[in-house]
Design a binder for this molecule. Sequence first.
Ligand code: COS
Length: 384
Amino acid sequence: MNFDLTDEQQMIKETMKRFTDEKIVPVARENDINERFPKDILKKMASLGFLGGPIEEKYGGAGLEYISYSIMTEEIGRGCSSVRTTLSVQISLVGLTIQRWGSEEQKKKYLPGLCSMDIIGCFGLTEPGAGSDAVNQSTTAVLQKDEWMINGAKTWISNGGVADLAIVFAQTDKKKGHEGLAAFLIERDAPGFSNINIRGKLGLRSSNTAQLIMENCRIPKTNILGEVGDGFKIAMSALDNGRYSVAAGCVGIAQACIDASVKYAKERKQFDKPIGSFQLVQDMIARMVVDTEAARLLVSNAGHLKNKGIKTTRETSIAKYFASEAAMRAATDAIQIHGGYGYSDEYPVERYFRDAKVNTIYEGTSQIQKLIIGKDALGIQAIR
Ligand code: COS
């Protein structure tokens, strides 16, 4: 693996760093406090031409290779995890999934809008009773002449309340287990489709999270993604991409914790010295630096394999598990270094802490990532 950034990767890093510092960081606190969805930032980002990330240029994307995509995602995650989450869902869970599994017609219809933010997408897998056990879907889909009739509810859906398009997973034949699952494209105005926003989250307060409700929801027969029976593989392959961008976003959180802690440790004086001169503070900063570097390398490793077209379930799980736990450790230590000030929203580290936590939960908990990694090492199935 070559660790040097290419000229294009360097340009993306510098452009995204500037964009994050100028457009995302200054409003992140206000948006968090007001639980304000940052559509304006996403629109501005779309005008840079990178929003579509690795989506092919012929469908409106930037055609980026995966190291560039992680660089871009890390920079956004350094500024605001709510913006990063919105983007990860839009590009990794929805855009790349349609690009891989959609018909030509579906790709032409939805991908350009997803890349320009004219269409906001969401990914409806989780249900009140199906989180880690993703196969156990209660949502049903029945084919009636030329339409699918979908019934059920999805919960904890990022972008769910603002989405124009939802990928929704449903069971077509309960007896078949994961082989009966299918993925459907539901547009916002489909009859019987509605949503309820979820408020009061610990973190990611300016990202949108909602329940999706399908009550005799009717969609055209052609709005299936792939074939009946492909649903679970579609969900898992989407999560291979989603977890990659979550991991990159977590590197961004950890880097933000280092930046804030180093700055504070140089300024803050106790016992007549900057606290950075004390070895126990240096110890915390050193741990953050090592964790962050290691997480970044794990993301790069997964990205390198993705660029070669290799399936990266194992590598993205390793990167997501390590980077999300590293971000949580870094945020905990960053608050510790800031002392009492770290416990208030005067400094950004309390937001990093609140935002870091969900990364160890969504798109597969740390425990699920360890099951996938352990299953791979032992050559056995994770659950069944
Ligand atoms: N890509 C493509 N196919 C995959 C896959 C992947 N990453 N992972 C599994 N599959 C396939 C398997 O090959 C298997 O296919 P066959 O029956 O043809 O052999 C099928 O899917 C079932 O796989 P498996 O038996 O491993 O499924 P399990 O029910 O044991 O579940 C876990 C596997 C637990 C790993 C899975 O359910 C999971 O990731 N759960 C977490 C879901 C999640 O992240 N939820 C968060 C909300 S989404 S934002």
